[in-house]
Design a protein around this ligand. Structure first.
Ligand code: ATP
Ligand code: MG
Length: 418
């Protein structure tokens, strides 16, 4: 087996990292791979987080075994991968991701068509050595390797020092790494928000940001979800708003609205409390003003559509435009439309509708959305309070509350929700 030159190998104990902090299943994966004669290391976010004294979300393993060899070693494993093949090793509900050392495509790979002339990487599935695997990673703090048996940390790129300095530093030339993969711009924002580190590069000028347009929509959606569902959405959004990125990812979203900021904070609170969060809710918030403006335009004027029809058309067109940038799975579009359409009914409180609205499968999400609108000053807060009370009321109490509402026909104006 080759020896890998020029990495600093450090005893992990003085760095306060020890085997006991690692998921035993990940330790087992490393042990089995090494027992079969392969190299195997914990890598990436888990090593970084252990060094920061944080609890890693998951433990990833890197090895010189090919995905097929990994598959052969672990009975409960399967190969997955959109951009590159990796093995998932299953332990009950726990999954350890095992990826084969890869190298950054360059030279021949580019000539052979793995990269476009402008440097964008289209495929990066060439296997490599441990050292090459370190250098193809994005940030120095994400390129540390940990052997839980020998309790050694391997650092090719100065990642340990950057962890101490609290700096997020690209491996190699920042601009080149961003041209190779513009998604790294989003990752730079994400890790600044998550880790509270400063970025060692000035990269958010318009030219760099424009390269995000080259990224497939499905990948942008994945990064969007990672960025905002990890418990640091409010910080990430604040950082994003200082860049031109929102104008590319959500061109229809207005700048600096209180509703969006509150939704991000609310999402972080839910993550901290272990409550479910969904990217659909945040997209519903980001696109809300756009949806409203479209619905208004469609229903206004003498030939305008009925407000319900206008809302349906407006939702469809707003989402279709967003999907051209960010490919969200259908269930999210359905969720967003339900949440939007329920807002009309929540605001209108028509007596006959109320019981149906309460039973709607997306009522809870729509109610949360309504409360955010109230907090943001977009609706009268008594409407939100009313829906809070009716959920807490007894059956008789509910009937009384509904009976106390004025019948729709006697209301002033024709569209009470506006
Ligand atoms: P988190 O704990 O928030 O998931 P992470 O560091 O594990 O953070 P992932 O997105 O899970 O982040 O990626 C795992 C590792 O893969 C990273 O630490 C990094 O080394 C590498 N990586 C991921 N995406 C890229 C990329 N676009 N370019 C280069 N390396 C990447
Ligand atoms: Mg990860």
């Amino acid at each position: 087996m080759e020896t890998e030159p020029s990495a600093a190998a450090l005893d992990s104990k003085p760095l306060n990292v020890s085997r006991e902090q690692v998921d035993p299943n990940a330790v087992d994966v490393v042990a089995k791979l090494k027992g079969a004669g392969f190299q195997a290391w914990l890598v990436g976010g888990c090593v970084r987080d252990l060094l920061l004294g944080a609890h890693p979300k998951d433990f990833d393993v890197a090895t010189n075994a090919t995905p097929e060899q990994v598959r052969g070693l672990f009975r409960r494993s399967r190969l997955v991968g959109r951009r590159f093949k990796i093995a998932h090793v299953r332990y009950g509900r726990d999954v350890i991701e095992v990826s084969t050392f890869r190298k950054a495509p360059s030279g021949d790979a580019r000539i052979n068509g793995n990269a476009k002339a402008n440097g964008l990487i289209l495929r990066d599935n060439a296997y490599g050595t441990l050292r090459e695997d370190a250098f193809r990673r994005d940030f120095t703090v994400n390129a540390l390797y940990y052997d839980p048996h020998e309790e050694r940390i391997l650092d090719y790129v100065g990642g340990l020092e950057d962890i101490t300095r609290q700096r997020l530093r690209f491996i190699g030339d920042a601009r080149q790494r961003l041209r190779e993969d513009p998604v790294r711009l989003l990752r730079a924002i994400r890790f600044q928000a998550k880790l509270g580190f400063g970025l060692d590069a000035d990269v958010d000028d318009g030219r760099m940001v424009a390269h995000l347009r080259e990224i497939p929509g499905a990948r942008l959606f994945d990064e969007f979800s990672k960025m905002f569902l990890g418990g640091y959405a409010a910080r990430a959004w604040q950082l994003l708003e200082r860049t031109p990125i929102p104008g590319i990812l959500f061109p229809a979203a207005p700048k600096g609205t209180r509703l969006v900021q509150l939704a991000m904070e609310n999402t972080d609170r839910r993550v901290a409390a272990g409550l479910p969060v969904t990217p659909g809710f945040l997209l519903a918030v980001l696109l809300w003003e756009d949806f409203r403006a479209r619905a208004k335009a469609l229903s206004s004027g003498p030939g305008g559509a009925k407000s319900g029809d206008a809302a349906v058309l407006a939702a469809q067109s707003a989402l279709a435009d967003q999907r051209r940038i960010m490919a969200m799975p259908r269930r999210h579009s359905h969720f967003i439309q339900d949440v939007w359409h329920l807002q009309r009914h929540l605001r209108a409180r028509r007596p006959k509708r109320v019981p149906k609205v309460l039973q709607h499968p997306k009522f809870r999400a729509a109610y949360d959305f309504l409360l955010l609108c109230a907090d943001a000053g977009l609706i009268n807060p008594t409407i939100g309070q009313w829906w809070t009370e009716i959920q807490e009321a007894s059956a008789d109490g509910r009937d009384a509350m509904i009976n106390a509402l004025q019948p729709a026909g006697r209301r002033r104006g024709k569209s009470p929700q506006r």
